[in-house]
Write a protein that binds this ligand. Structure first.
Ligand code: PMP
Length: 452
């Protein structure tokens, strides 16, 4: 009999055969052949409470016993209302408007549409254009893809995407030509303002950015003062600020909102991955009261949503996840232990000059590999050092998240670590030692390939 086939989306490490999953327990996954994998990146920074948490599974079961999904446009529900209360509380009262969707892409798509609708409601129909940043990732639906600068994922769709402006990413390790670290924030704020003025402020709807870049850059936190500076430029020109916190939000960086760190409140924000921790698919577009009141005034509310908007069991899962995180004080733990974990990584890689940069916040850590530490030149793209690290780690029983950061030689190969917030000390030690071995072996292998 032929094996059943599902549409293939490829393998993170370029292997032909994916192991078949059996089950997960806490920070570990097990395949049907009995192999064990430690989840050092929570898959793609999703599984923030590990796998098969009994309390989350109970909450889903209890909700399903009542009703799995009540159509959002006919009924409200305890689960959705409670989740909105939790989010309102976690975001300091700034975001009490939420549209619950089923993925990060849908969350971003909703954010873009809310921005357009906000301007339409104010009679500014000319504000249709988005500004985003280079080396960014916002999702796979056409709107979210349009604001993403990720060449390999865009190529097949060019010509059908929205016309978007892209300004520089904020990367202190890779400064724009001729710019000093001290001058970076002013340079980026000026560049954004120049682009708004070039397009015409009356045509710009919103600026979208990841407060800590994920998949497109290998965890790149913006330099201090950046978010404040760009928010001021946007405010000056009536441009809305959209923070895409799909990957870095929901506590991943040790605060519930990543931008809490910068003291900045965006107008609209997306969250997803850690919100329901992967127990059920859930994302959300959150928006401020100012935006919400404008939408209600003009159209009775946001004109976006899907059949599964506000999925009841997914909201119940998220409530359970968020309660556990609060009860176990996991966010301060993630912030403090993550900083220490970075120091441990730096010490462990002290004798590997090819580890050019270790950066991040909380349990969102990126490691950038370069061929030449002085010039920061990457290894040749065809060596696929990031994928080789991922494959070696996987074979040694560790899941990490290799990023195709090495686009056209403009950045090194990067690997992301994003452990579960409740990972034990022993598990963190195992993540560290297996990753260090995998990086060292991959770098030695790349050097041998170069010498051939
Ligand atoms: N935004 C960001 C910042 C992301 O990292 C991702 C996913 N990696 C998305 C949006 C899209 O989310 P999803 O894959 O759930 O559609």
């Amino acid at each position: 009999m032929n094996k059943p086939r599902i549409a293939s989306t490829g393998s993170s490490y370029g292997v032909d055969h994916l192991p078949r999953i059996s089950h997960g327990r806490g920070s570990y996954l097990f395949d049907v052949d009995g192999n064990r994998y430690l989840d050092g990146s929570g898959g793609p920074a999703v599984y923030c409470l590990g796998h098969a948490h009994p309390e989350v599974n109970d909450a889903i079961r209890e909700q399903n016993d009542r009703i799995a999904h009540a159509y959002r446009y006919l009924f409200s529900s305890d689960a959705c209302d409670e989740l909105t209360e939790v989010i309102t509380e976690r975001t300091g009262g700034h975001f009490s408007n939420a549209i619950y969707v089923s993925s990060g892409s849908e969350a971003v798509e909703s954010c873009l549409k809310i921005a357009l609708q906000y301007h339409a409601a104010r009679g500014e129909m000319s504000r249709r254009r988005f500004i985003s940043r280079r080396r960014s990732w916002h999702g796979n639906t056409l709107g979210a893809l349009s604001v993403s600068d990720f060449k390999t994922r865009r190529d097949s769709f060019e010509g059908s995407l929205l016309d978007v402006s892209f300004v520089s990413s904020a990367n202190a390790y890779r400064l724009p030509e001729g710019i000093s670290p001290e001058g970076l924030v002013a340079y980026l704020a000026d560049e954004l303002e120049a682009e708004i003025l070039r397009v015409g402020p009356e045509k710009v709807a919103a600026f979208i950015f990841e407060p800590v870049v994920g998949a497109a850059g290998g965890v790149v936190p913006a330099p201090s003062g950046y978010a404040e500076a760009i928010a001021a430029v946007c405010r000056k020109h009536g441009v809305l600020v959209i923070a895409d916190e799909v990957m870095c939000g929901s506590g991943r960086v040790g605060t519930w909102r990543a931008l809490e760190h910068d003291g900045v409140v965006p107008d609209i924000m997306s969250v997803a991955k850690g919100l329901a921790a992967g127990y059920l698919p859930l994302g959300a577009a959150l928006y401020s009261d100012r935006v919400g009141e404008t939408l209600v005034g003009a159209h009775g509310g946001a004109q976006t949503g899907h059949t599964f908007t506000g999925h009841t069991a997914a909201c119940a899962a998220a409530v359970a996840v968020q309660k556990i995180i609060a009860r176990e004080h996991l966010l301060p733990h993630v912030l403090e232990r993550g900083a220490r974990f970075q120091r441990e990584l730096r010490a462990a890689f002290a004798d590997v000059p090819e580890v050019g940069d270790i950066r991040g916040r909380g349990y969102f850590i990126g490691i950038e590999i370069v061929a030449n530490p002085a010039s920061k030149a990457p290894f040749a793209t065809n060596l696929k050092v990031h994928a080789d690290i991922g494959r070696r780690a996987f074979e040694a029983g560790l899941i990490c998240y290799p990023c195709t950061g090495n686009v056209g030689g403009t950045a090194g190969d990067t690997v992301i670590l994003a452990p579960p917030y409740n990972a034990s000390e022993e598990e963190l030690a195992e993540i560290l030692s297996t990753l260090v071995r995998s990086v060292k072996d991959a770098v030695s292998f790349a050097r041998r390939q170069e010498a051939l």
